[in-house]
Ligand binder design. Structure first.
Ligand SMILES: [Zn+2]
Length: 262
């Protein structure tokens, strides 16, 4: 709708001109310039003329490859909270599952550890979408981010390792504790922005602190994992949007105040 080449582009973000590389650094340690409708038009013109409209040149024109369709200022475009939830949770869960799978192979558990995770999801009534890359839907994420369910998932792996290879219990506990913290930090952000009522300054400040704590933990504990475009949007654009409008648009089509990029 705003003509960008997509989430894998060098300048992937609709709200600012940050690069994938720079977005790996904490927000407070970098500068990123906001985009504007005028900037998008200018970049698109230059892409078509100087860049000859070639996709391989897109990165030199801030990845604007099509004309803007909607004349809605970017400051009014709602950050897509449901997509942030789904994308970020799936990313964290896959990281957890892959780490558990590595441990499974190391102790020759024949898939029992990943199986116990699946069984725990079933117990809390989360049935992943088998035909959509085993993705989650919004209601699943909400369930999976309840503290008790986070504990159930991580404890199930620790208990299984304890029963089949107790000598690896402490390793399993270290892994599970780390992911337990990651999920709980993300849960605090999820609770902070999954609402559509007015938020006062104190609540917005608390959300900002929780997002910063999550990002700090992620960068510190998972130094080889990348900050995804959705995590960048969470880190950089969620709180400014709420500060501008005073509330979060959980259902943008209901309020009619903003457009959604999804
Ligand atoms: Zn941005």
């Amino acid at each position: 709708m705003y003509g960008l080449s997509g989430a894998s582009g060098r300048h992937f973000c609709l709200w600012c001109l940050v690069t994938q590389e720079d977005s790996q650094q904490p927000r407070k340690q970098r500068f990123s310039q906001p985009r504007s409708l005028q900037g998008l038009s200018k970049d698109h013109n230059e892409f078509m003329t100087t860049g000859h409209g070639k996709l391989s040149n897109a990165k030199h024109y801030n990845n604007v490859i099509n004309e803007v369709i909607f004349n809605i200022p970017i400051t009014q475009v709602c950050v897509p909270s449901l997509h942030l939830d789904l994308g970020i949770y799936l990313r964290f869960y896959n990281m957890f599952e892959n780490t558990v799978d590595d441990l499974d192979k190391k102790i020759n558990a024949n898939g029992q550890l990943v199986k116990v995770l699946d069984e725990t999801l079933q117990k809390i009534n989360v049935h992943r979408q088998a035909y959509h890359g085993r993705s989650f839907v919004g209601n699943h994420v909400h369930k999976c981010l309840q503290d008790g369910n986070i504990d159930a998932l991580t404890t199930s792996v620790i208990d299984k390792v304890e029963s089949i290879s107790p000598e690896f219990s402490s390793e399993a506990t270290i892994i599970c504790d780390k992911f337990n913290s990651l999920f709980k930090l993300f849960a605090k952000c999820h609770v902070g922005y999954s609402r559509s009522d007015y938020m006062d300054t104190e609540e917005i400040d608390e959300l900002e602190t929780n997002i910063d704590k999550l990002m700090e933990f992620y960068r510190h504990e998972f130094p080889n994992a990348k900050v995804s475009p959705k995590m960048h949007i969470l880190e950089d654009h969620t709180v400014p949007w709420i500060r501008t409008w005073g509330f979060w648009v959980w259902f943008p089509w209901r309020t009619g105040r903003g457009a959604c990029t999804c």
